[in-house]
Design a protein. Structure first.
Length: 224
């Protein structure tokens, strides 16, 4: 059971904030609580590392205190009967300067060789905490501390789709062309988001990602 606070946000939303730091156990709790909260009538539920936003799509059915009590009951209920069916995605990444414009400069800034950056980046299994910023963009945990580097002082205007990047203590993948301040150290040919598919996003909260290195030649012939 986690300690949480509930704040009212206008007439149509509640913000649930959990005091604990992000962890695998908290991630499972968040995924399960999202599923349970979606049983309420006409709601949309999204969460971050340790917060849940409950958006009511229609005016609240009954007094606010009654609805809040229902939310509290769900948050305090057991999650033992609900499992998180996460998928391990093995994602190919080309760590070549032709598709990784920041790699060499980034390696210099973290005082590592390029091959050391690749080895450290491909070692962990990264849990997917949530999807945000761009459709299909995964927020990941588990980046080796040796690879932590603050975002660029001047963001890039155009980061290409599939760019694998590092910003601060996080790594992620840009699903679409976008401005961004993260250091691009590689690129994947895998398509992360497709509006014509169901589900549209390749990843979901509770999944995990394992990067593995491919050559530039393999990257070029990979079927997107």
């Amino acid at each position: 059971m986690y300690n949480f606070t509930i704040s009212r946000l206008g007439e149509y939303a509640m913000l649930i904030q959990v005091a604990e730091k992000p962890s695998q156990d908290l991630l499972q709790w968040l995924v399960c609580k999202k599923e349970q909260l979606q049983s309420l009538p006409a709601v949309e539920v999204v969460f971050t590392y340790n917060e849940i936003l409950v958006k009511f799509l229609l005016p609240l059915e009954g007094p606010y205190d009654t609805v809040r009590a229902s939310v509290e009951e769900i948050l305090e209920s057991s999650i033992e009967s609900i499992g998180v069916n996460g998928v391990l995605h093995k994602v190919p990444v080309c760590y070549n300067s032709q598709v990784a414009p920041d790699l060499e400069e980034y390696a210099s800034q973290v005082n590592l060789r390029v091959d050391q950056v690749v080895a450290l980046h491909t070692s962990p299994v990264y849990p997917v905490y949530f999807i945000g910023f761009l459709p299909g963009f995964p927020y990941l945990d588990g980046l080796d501390s040796k690879l932590h580097l603050e975002r660029k002082a001047t963001p890039s205007q155009f980061i290409q789709p599939g760019s694998v990047a590092i910003g601060g203590a996080q790594t992620g993948i840009y699903p679409q062309r976008s401005p961004g301040g993260w250091h691009v150290i590689g690129s994947t040919p895998v398509q992360l988001f497709d509006i014509n598919k169901n589900p549209q996003s390749l990843f979901k909260a509770g999944d995990s990602i394992k990067f593995y290195a491919i050559t530039l030649e393999e990257y070029k012939v990979y079927e997107r």
